[in-house]
Write a protein that binds this ligand. Structure first.
Ligand code: SAM
Length: 202
């Protein structure tokens, strides 16, 4: 199973949310793409942190497309069910855990995410190296701990695809250790100095 966990790199996610929320205020559809989402902890973490920072009404306009190549063939079911073990939820602050998860009645040792969070995330299997985006008009694309698996030339093409799938002024986030390739530098400006968070330049 892919390595991931809830509340991973909240530093970058908090920056993303802080930048995104005022930008999308008043929009009836806020599209987010989590590319290489593994079995759900990352897109659900983003949904929870957005929920904490947006009113209930605005949060209902958030649509997170969570995609992964998923060699196990299990991610779709896990994400749809939204059920995770005590161990997997260990890093979630207790007040967030009690607000967004309930004990799963028929599955001892598991917690289930509340419907208001689960309903915001839709999973589909997708290979980033196909270079066909799953959609367009995204306000935010995050792709963390995935690009490092690609060759340098592939990384450039994938980042160009993200650029084309973003709405004007949309945000792109990756992990702290991933640098923007020189060949793509003219497509984005870095938003904050201490996170790999970028904004689309036309
Ligand atoms: C280390 S996990 C990162 C999960 C999550 N983004 C995080 O940072 O916690 C890397 C994920 O990238 C996915 N992946 C690898 N190659 C891919 C590709 N060509 N297209 C889409 N996903 C891919 C893997 O299946 C895996 O789930």
């Amino acid at each position: 199973m892919a390595f991931t966990f809830f509340f991973r790199d909240t530093h970058t996610i908090e920056h993303m949310v802080k930048q995104l929320v005022p930008e999308v205020a008043g929009r009836s559809r806020i599209r987010i793409w989590d590319a290489g989402c593994a079995y759900g902890p990352e897109p659900y973490t983003v949904a929870i942190i957005l929920s904490e920072n947006m009113g209930n009404f605005a949060f209902k306009n958030v649509y997170i497309d969570a995609t992964d190549i998923d060699e196990s063939g299990q991610f779709g079911t896990i994400i749809k069910n939204g059920q995770y073990t005590d161990e997997e939820l260990g890093r979630i602050p207790p007040e967030i855990l009690s607000k967004y998860f309930t004990r799963t009645e028929d599955r001892p040792g598991y917690y289930t995410l509340t419907d208001n969070i689960r309903n915001r995330v839709q999973y589909q299997k997708h290979d980033l190296l196909s270079l066909n985006p799953v959609g367009t008009g995204y306000s935010l694309i995050l792709c963390k701990n995935v690009l490092l698996h690609f060759k340098y030339e592939e990384r450039i093409e994938v980042i160009k695809m993200f650029h084309s799938a973003l709405t004007p002024g949309g945000f792109f986030a990756t992990e702290q250790t991933q640098k923007m390739p020189e060949e793509c530098a003219h497509l984005f400006t870095q938003v904050v100095p201490d996170a790999q968070l970028f904004r689309k330049v036309e």
